[in-house]
Structure formats: structure tokens, C-alpha cells
Design a protein around this ligand. Structure first.
Ligand SMILES: CC(C)(COP(=O)(O)OP(=O)(O)OC[C@H]1O[C@@H](n2cnc3c(N)ncnc32)[C@H](O)[C@@H]1OP(=O)(O)O)[C@@H](O)C(=O)NCCC(=O)NCCS
Length: 159
């Protein structure tokens, strides 16, 4: 099913916008400089999703590719636009773009306990490839990350 979202490539001028979006999604916010560095890399890119005809951006994803591998560096949907298929559309579009750049596999890390993100990825065909102990820091202490991976293209699903 199509979400009808408009998905566009971010440019270096979007670094500030990306930092603002990131701040609405994560406690550990990345600054504009971090996004400028990502977007300056020839094998990395970011995508922005918005509702048709809207100038508001609802979600973003940043992806790094390296030879046959690609990695989702960060992804988020602003709280008011969640659960409408935005992140799923971004992962799908990002996977297609990474594949066009030569990637055959996609990886990502997700914090143990981030059930929304885990459900998103497993619904798209990602499976557990490993675990990084204490990868994230939280107010409650270190949190493990699960490493998830999927072969590209992602398996076709109903959604
Ligand atoms: C995780 C996140 C990106 C999901 O974004 P989203 O746009 O709401 O996700 P989608 O609407 O595309 O959801 C796709 C699927 O993911 C799963 N999912 C998403 N949010 C969920 C939730 N809160 N609880 C359970 N499952 C959820 C569902 O399977 C959903 O499909 P369905 O709605 O048809 O049941 C969003 O909650 C977010 O930005 N969280 C904060 C940042 C973050 O954790 N990023 C991921 C880091 S690895």
C-alpha cells in the first residue's frame, strides 16, 4: 500500500532542519554539524518525508553505504506523524537508494527495549545479526543494542 508521502533527498542546506527533527525524536540529539558531515560524504545520503502538498517534514532517515553494505545511521518520525507509515516508507526508499549505490545488505542498531523501532524493522524483514553490549547510554545506565540486518532488496510485504 502506498503512503502517498513525498520523499526527497536532503541537501547540505537541510542540516539544520535534520538536527531539529532529530531533537524531536531522540534525547541524545545530533547537531547540524553531524548532519553536514554525513551529507558531505559521497556514499551517504538522507531522505526527508512529507505529506503531499505540505511543507512540513514528518520524518527523516540517514544512510551510509560502503561497498556492498549499507547502514541506517538514524531515523525518526516527528511525534505528531507517527504510526502512519512514514518510517516504513523511509526505510523502503532508503533501501532502494542504497541498493542503487551498490549495497547488497543493510544493517542498523536498535536499543533493546525500543519496541516501536524493533517492530518496524522486523516487519520489513530485518533479523537479528548480533548484539553490542552497553552500546547506548541512558539515564538508567548502559543499554545493549541489537544489530539487525536484511538482504537487499527488502522482501516485498503487503505494507
Ligand atoms: C520508531 C519510529 C521511527 C517509527 O516511526 P513511524 O513513522 O511511527 O512508523 P510507521 O508508522 O512507519 O510504522 C511501521 C510499523 O512499525 C511498527 N511500529 C511503529 N510504531 C510502533 C509502536 N509505537 N508500537 C508498536 N509497533 C510500532 C508497526 O509494526 C508499524 O506498522 P503498523 O502501524 O501497520 O502496525 C518512531 O516511533 C520514532 O521516531 N521513534 C523515536 C526515534 C527512534 O526510536 N528511532 C529508531 C532508532 S533505531
Amino acid at each position: 500500500m502506498s503512503t502517498g508521502l513525498h520523499i526527497a533527498r536532503a541537501t547540505p542546506e537541510d542540516a539544520m532542519l535534520l538536527a531539529g527533527l532529530h531533537r524531536t525524536c531522540f534525547d541524545d540529539a545530533w547537531n547540524a554539524e553531524s548532519f553536514r558531515d554525513i551529507l558531505a560524504h559521497p556514499k551517504a545520503f538522507a531522505l526527508l518525508a512529507s505529506a503531499p502538498g505540505s511543507s512540513e517534514v514528518d520524518g527523516f532517515v540517514a544512510i551510509q553505504t560502503a561497498a556492498s553494505e549499507s547502514e541506517i545511521l538514524t531515523i525518526g518520525t516527528v511525534p505528531g506523524a507517527r504510526r502512519s507509515g512514514c518510517a516504513r516508507a523511509l526505510v523502503r526508499a532508503g533501501a532502494r537508494e542504497a541498493e542503487a549505490m551498490g549495497a547488497e545488505e543493510m544493517f542498523l542498531e536498535v536499543a533493546v527495549g525500543n519496541n516501536a523501532a524493533f517492530a518496524l524493522y522486523s516487519g520489513l524483514g530485518f533479523t537479528e545479526a548480533g548484539r553490542r553490549r552497553g552500546y547506548y547510554r541512558s539515564a538508567a545506565g548502559p543499554v545493549d543494542a541489537l544489530v539487525l540486518s536484511a538482504r537487499l532488496p527488502l522482501p516485498a510485504t503487503q505494507r
